[in-house]
Design a protein around this ligand. Structure first.
Ligand SMILES: C[S@@+](CC[C@H](N)C(=O)[O-])C[C@H]1O[C@@H](n2cnc3c(N)ncnc32)[C@H](O)[C@@H]1O
Length: 200
């Protein structure tokens, strides 16, 4: 995609995601970063939700190297008092920790695909992404959301984008509102899906 500076009307998918996250996450909330990778998103989320000893941020990645990179990034950038509010889980996101209550999570974030410059075989995959979304929805609190960034420029990313569109299209509109941000004339550019659960 051409630089966004040439199209000042629009924001990148990540800026757009941040705009939504800021509206949803409040200090003291519980948030899941289901693909924490290098920790850029985790850091942004930590700054939104951690206040003193309140809030819980769960950072998940299946690669131990990614978890170590995230830990180092957050330790360098977040005050020590807040660090105990971050939990690291080296696991596949198809299941979440058993101690999370239903309807307790304000936001679950997925930045699908593989780490830029990393091992492309370590990409997220349709079946486990689908299982993960099924597992995430019951955890989301009323007014909370799931945010999914998709990369249809590679073959598995394209399948994932098709799957999440199908998946979200079938969610009950009385409970979920799902909006896809996609470039009509740049079909390989990243897309962003936000699914919000109705407030009570
Ligand atoms: C695009 S990167 C995420 C970038 C990250 N959000 C950041 O800010 O740096 C995708 C990440 O998903 C992880 N991943 C792939 N499949 C996974 C799975 N089944 N469960 C958990 N993490 C997975 C990869 O290891 C990779 O680190």
């Amino acid at each position: 995609m051409k630089s966004f500076s040439q199209f000042p009307l629009f924001q990148s998918h990540l800026d757009l995601a941040h705009h939504y996250w800021k509206k949803i996450v409040k200090p003291g909330d519980i948030v899941i970063d289901a693909t924490c990778g290098n920790g850029y998103d985790t850091l942004f989320l930590a700054q939104l939700l951690l206040e003193d000893e309140k809030g819980l941020l769960i950072a998940i990645d299946k690669q131990p190297e990614a978890i170590e990179a995230v830990k180092a990034r957050l330790a360098a950038q977040i005050s020590g008092r807040r660090l105990p509010c971050i939990r690291y889980e080296t696991r596949c996101h198809s299941r979440f920790p058993d101690d999370l209550d239903k309807e307790s999570v304000a936001l679950a974030v997925y930045n699908l695909g593989y780490l830029p410059g990393g091992d492309k075989t370590m990409t997220t995959m349709c079946p486990t992404t689908h299982q993960s979304l099924e597992a995430a929805l019951p955890l989301i609190q009323h007014g909370g959301a799931v945010s999914i960034t998709c990369y249809p420029g590679h073959s598995e990313g394209k399948r994932e984008e098709e799957m999440i569109i199908e998946f979200s299209s079938n969610l009950d509109p009385r409970i979920w509102s799902c909006c896809l941000h996609k470039w009509c004339n740049r079909r390989l550019s990243p897309s962003l899906l936000i699914c919000q659960k109705a407030e009570k």
